[in-house]
Design a protein around this ligand. Structure first.
Ligand code: SF4
Length: 320
């Protein structure tokens, strides 16, 4: 790890007036600093800022410094959010990691984390060894010739399904943007992963009210049962009335360069009966536009099966 200067502002104004890299739980930043992937000269510890609180009146609002474990344990949090949080990382990490930091976590691509290797995301123009190398964990949706890395966050998948917004504040302005618009696909600039501007801070995460999201879940398929990133995941919510699906939310992770909303699957579910056959038909369009790599072609069928499993889970698996 390279030497760096550490300061700990106690107000949002002081934090925004400073220059440097913000750190909250440190579960991504410190990791990458130890690997010399990130080498900030100045780090601003923002843990003393008044950015806590979980409010559940007319939707959900999380202060950006709320810990993952506290949000997961809150009784009013929609099941797809709490399950996504509980299936993320270890209990120790969930106790430390903030919701704001979770949304900004970097990819787990092994080449990105190894400074001995080229990587367009870390060093623009150096190349993407994952395109022809070890790419079993990589994306099949939203990729470009420059980068095929997946987005690592579980809870971001659930939050995108729920039309969540983030509040962003800088010394100049405050703005609110949809999380789905906040993330950027790699294109020719894979180093730019989101719309966060220099000096900007996430202060709040805002989940609109959606009462029927109480009937929701998050399914995560991975190589081992704990402390592992997703090969494929699905956040789904279903609004069922009179044995018909009135509305649906579906987003997936582990297969795309950003948390991936599947509006075509949602449209296929609307008006259908909540049956296995209808779930399979709807999931059949999930992989439209997918570009599998030599090592991850299995994700095309895994994606469909994960969505069906999540839909069955949210209907108690009792549909025939
Ligand atoms: Fe780097 Fe992206 Fe290629 Fe991984 S997939 S090596 S992060 S450019």
């Amino acid at each position: 790890m390279r030497p760096f200067e550490l300061t700990a502002p106690s107000t949002v104004e002081a934090a925004l007036a400073g220059t440097g890299t913000y750190v909250a739980g440190g579960t991504t930043l410190v990791d990458l600093m130890k690997l010399n992937v990130l080498t900030p000269l100045h780090v601003l510890d923002i843990n003393a800022l008044p950015l806590r609180g979980i409010h559940s009146v007319d939707g959900l609002r999380f202060g950006a410094l709320e810990r993952m474990s506290d949000i997961a344990a809150h009784p009013r949090v929609y099941p797809m959010i709490s399950r996504a949080l509980l299936l993320s990382a270890s209990q120790q990490l969930r106790n430390m990691a903030s919701i704001g930091g979770n949304l900004l976590q970097r990819t787990r691509c092994g080449y990105f984390r190894d400074v001995a290797m080229p990587c367009n995301k870390r060093e623009p123009g150096s190349g993407c060894p994952a395109a022809t190398g070890a790419n079993r964990m990589h994306a099949i949706l939203g990729t470009s010739d420059s980068c095929v890395a997946t987005h690592a966050s579980d809870v971001a998948v659930a939050l995108v399904a729920l039309d969540t917004e983030v509040r962003l504040v800088s010394a100049q302005e405050a703005r609110t943007v949809k999380l789905a618009d906040f993330y950027r696909m790699p294109g020719d600039t894979p180093g730019l992963e989101n719309d966060l501007r220099p000096g900007e801070l996430i202060t709040e995460v805002i989940v609109p009210r959606l009462d029927w999201a109480q009937q929701s879940t998050y399914v995560k398929v991975r190589d081992r049962r704990s402390y592992e990133f997703a090969l494929c995941s699905a956040a789904v919510a279903l609004h069922i009335q009179d044995s018909r699906i009135v509305d649906a939310r579906v987003a997936v992770g582990g297969v795309a360069t950003v948390p991936w909303r599947l509006r075509q699957v949602e449209a296929a579910l609307r008006g259908a009966p909540p049956t296995v056959t209808a779930f399979e038909q709807a999931a059949g369009v999930a992989a439209e536009g997918a570009k599998p790599l030599p090592g991850n072609g299995f994700k095309v069928s895994l994606l469909k099966r994960t969505i069906v499993r999540a839909l069955l889970e949210v209907t108690d698996g009792s549909r025939t």
